[in-house]
Design a binder for this molecule. Structure first.
Ligand code: DQA
Length: 140
């Protein structure tokens, strides 16, 4: 199966950014281990800090891949347009957050994505991406 992983703003700083919350590993390093865990599947990775670029990528892959693992980061809580993009495409989207957004500030409890996603995972660290892929490839 073809699975696209899409990360939103500031996730290019994983490994450097608020390591007490987000951990020490850059996503690129983690992505290599993910590919090894799913050798029979084609995984792609895209990250942008720009809302419109994320929407372009969701639209670009959204009619081709079998599933999308999406961490819209800060845009989760603000972007009606990313929610609309998810509703517009064919591929199922699993929303992932590294941290437990419900145990943090109140503004992080609102998601414009959850209602459009097939499901959401939060608070399980980078493991959440792996679980989302397992779900999408049908092994959960
Ligand atoms: C995040 C949670 C968001 O609230 C935050 O803005 C992020 C990362 C997470 O993965 O825990 O940038 O999506």
């Amino acid at each position: 199966m073809r699975i696209a992983i899409i990360n939103g703003p500031n996730l290019n700083l994983l490994g450097k950014r608020e390591t007490d919350i987000y951990g020490n590993m850059p996503f690129e390093t983690f992505f290599e281990t993910l590919k090894q865990k799913f050798p029979g599947h084609e995984l792609s990775y895209y990250q942008s800090n720009v809302e419109g670029e994320l929407i372009n990528e969701i639209q670009r892959v959204g009619f081709d891949v079998d599933g999308i693992v999406l961490n819209p980061a800060g845009y989760t809580h603000t972007s009606v347009a990313i929610g609309d993009a998810i509703a517009a495409i064919k591929a199922p989207v699993v929303e992932v957050h590294i941290s437990n957004v419900h145990a943090r500030e109140d503004f992080r409890k609102l998601s414009h994505v959850s209602g459009k996603a097939v499901g959401s995972i939060f608070g399980l660290g980078l493991k959440g991406y792996e679980l989302a892929i397992e779900f999408l490839v049908g092994s959960l």
